[in-house]
Design a binder for this molecule. Structure first.
Ligand code: SF4
Length: 334
């Protein structure tokens, strides 16, 4: 398509090839850029982007209110992706991709039809029709949770899925999210990650605080029976399966227990091996670059880890929901 976006438009859609080219014209060496004052400004804005991505509230600013130079605003998008890639926390990466997709979608809603069409075309979506070819549709919707997106619930005629007003916007947003997610984590050189450490440290601390606020103080008495059973097994010196160690470590990590706290639980085993335990705990807690979420009840059952089910288990489909539920009851009673 033959359209030239101006700088004000490019900052709204920093993932576009044209936006990246603009930023690249101003940043020759990343090392040098990070050491410069424009680099510091862009990094600060990148931090704001990540903070906004993990904030429970979504607020997007009109692009005219942005005081940064367009190239720095776009560089901040690239730096934000580096920050979450260096941290390696999957939930942070997901949130940033979602935030960037929602931000672009916010601007697209009020965009000129020509520009809207260009952005949609750039990500492989044709606008202007009230239907979409089934093959394109099926590729877009696998992660859209609402049952209305399932193909069996759609009006499909002559190989096309009919779209209701407004649905195309949702599909564009999802497409942007998936594209951004596929590109992450970026392979950031270790030296750059080291350089970004003061900022990644701040982000990790905020994320940790959020987790703690979400789950509050750790209460062993609210642990689900399966997790209790795993702790008992460790204390008795039973050799846990890999999935058992994974389930307990990822559960404790998600509710906000730090690595030392988790290692202390493993230290209840008579044959406790500090080095081996720390390696495994750090790996499952995100030290290997990927943070794992604990398995659901269905998965726990499949691996024979759903032990001592009680009546509260009937209300939940995830050990984390059990824990949250039990903690709330205890809070109300106290
Ligand atoms: S039902 Fe879920 S929470 Fe309850 S014991 Fe089984 S896995 Fe744990």
């Amino acid at each position: 398509m033959d359209i030239v976006l101006d700088h004000k438009e490019l900052i709204k859609y920093p993932f576009l090839k044209e936006s990246q080219q603009l930023a690249r014209r101003h940043v020759e060496s990343l090392e040098e850029f990070l050491g410069s004052s424009p680099g510091a400004v862009a990094l600060e804005r990148a931090k704001e982007r990540v903070f906004a991505a993990i904030s429970p509230k979504r607020e997007f600013q009109d692009e005219n209110a942005q005081s940064l130079k367009p190239e720095l605003e776009i560089a901040s998008y690239a730096l934000a992706r580096m920050l979450v890639s260096c941290i390696g926390d999957r939930s942070l990466i997901d949130r940033l991709a979602r935030y960037e997709a929602e931000r672009a979608s916010f601007f697209l809603e009020t965009e000129d039809p020509e520009i809207r069409q260009f952005v949609a075309w750039s990500i492989g979506i044709a606008t202007g029709a009230a239907a979409m070819p089934v093959a394109d549709y099926v590729e877009l919707v696998p992660h859209m949770r609402d049952a209305r997106w399932r193909l069996v619930n759609r009006d499909v005629r002559q190989g096309s899925v009919k779209l209701e007003p407004g649905e195309l916007d949702e599909l564009i947003r999802e497409r942007i999210r998936v594209i951004l997610l596929r590109q992450l984590p970026l392979r950031v050189p270790p030296g750059i990650c080291e350089r970004l450490e003061p900022v990644t440290g701040e982000i990790s601390a905020l994320r940790q605080q959020q987790v703690l606020e979400q789950f509050g103080e750790i209460k062993e008495e609210a642990f689900p029976p399966c997790i209790d059973a795993l702790i008992q097994a460790i204390t008795a010196g039973t050799n846990l399966t890999h999935m058992g160690r994974f389930a307990i470590t990822s559960f404790l990590h998600t509710i906000g227990m730090n690595i030392t706290g988790i290692a202390e639980i493993f230290a209840r085993a008579p044959d406790f091996d500090l080095e081996k335990t720390m390696y495994q705990v750090e790996h499952i807690s995100g030290g290997g670059g990927t943070e794992y979420t604990p398995p659901s009840c269905a998965t726990m059952r499949t691996f024979g880890l759903c032990a001592n089910r009680d009546k509260d288990c009937e209300r939940v489909s995830h050990p984390l929901s059990y824990y949250r539920f039990k903690k709330n009851i205890k809070k109300k009673r106290s």
